[in-house]
Design a protein around this ligand. Sequence first.
Ligand SMILES: *Cc1c(COP(=O)(O)O)cnc(C)c1O
Length: 454
Amino acid sequence: MSTAYRQLPAVETLVNATSTRLNGHLPTRDVLVETARIVLGEARRAIADGGTAPPAEQLEELLIARVQAIAQPSLWPVINASGVIIQTNLGRAPLSRTALQAMEAVGAGYSNLEYDLEAGQRGSRHSHLNEILCRLTGAEATLTVNNNAAAVYLVLLALAAGREVIVSRGQAVEIGGGFRIPDVLRASGASLVEVGTTNRTYAHDYQAAITEHTALLMRIHTSNFRLVGFVHETSLADMVEVAQRNSIRVLDDLGSGSLLSTAQYGLAPEPTVQQAIATGADLVTFSGDKLLGGPQAGIIVGRRQLIEALKHHPLARALRLDKTTIAGLEATLQSYLRNRATEEIPVWQMISATPEAIRLRAVGCAAILGSQVEVVPCHSAVGGGSLPGETLPSYGVAVSTDQPDALARALRAGSTPVVGRIHEGRLLLDLRTVLPEQETMFVTAVRETLRDPY
Ligand SMILES: *Cc1c(COP(=O)(O)O)cnc(C)c1O
């Protein structure tokens, strides 16, 4: 046993041999020493499990691979050929050109983030997004934080801690990634009062549950979950009426929160933020990076007095936005203001792309990829918790192979990873979510993967 251990080099020896081979492309010596210890520790454990000492050459290779892996970026662009437009695992909304330009301009230097240029004194970072959000949504005031989970949490903490929040039983759901509305309520110090049954909740159910401890009626978009059949949800208008009669407030968590109508693209109507405000919701919360198509953010719009209370809550500071996010969000909102969202914002370009336009792109790709692929009709999804079960007719290229899983893995492992899906035993690559400027890279990545054995 002891001889195998003795064949392992000392840390110092391994580090010296490796740094000669890395020949200048070195991480700091500390990183090299630390990583050498890890590699040798693993070798010792392998010996303890009955293995032999790996040759010095192999240990050097291992160490080089490890330090090179650390030096590589971990966060990396991928090509989304899954057909799901707002894919949380793939980073949700790709940003518009104008958003990226604004983020670069503001991020590369100093800005008037909290500086009033006219007065030459301290300003407010909230001022940049407020006016434009009010114009677009019809709200009196707004506050923007890090994401929608933070928006909901801040509202509950500031307006309902120690009091009761009434939620329909059918809406007390988990949104995804373990984000459960009942847990968020509990964490904020509010208590959840569930009313109605899983499938049916009426205005009188809310009315009957109201006590002197009630702070809010809360409506929650059920996101990826949908009840069908014998279902009744109380309309926002009816909730507003009950709330006003009892002098309490309505919070509407829209989740995706669209500013445009999805119905014009053959989809079910996703409630818009403007509608929620016009119907009388006191506060509405939604994400910046779902159907809005901007950077990650949580947007709160509604009554001025309530927004002021949120702004002055100590947690508001902990949840505030970074300057680059404000710049990107403002540029995204300006596309809506100019009525250019469908032309400029990638999420809406993808939603509005016609099946025929996508088919032509698929035909172009297939012509280069050759006989192994076939152009096929398929269905894309909007994703992001909006419009569950709704699909958009689309086209993709399908690759016939004995080993679709191995091919999918090989495509993900390339230097430009491509994420597709397996459908009826074939690997399907939906062109709707492949950004037009990525198309050449996409074809190259697929062609190279198909050429080599996988
Ligand atoms: C997505 C979603 C959230 C969480 O929003 P994030 O921006 O991911 O933090 C909250 N509520 C609903 C209804 C959602 O769909």
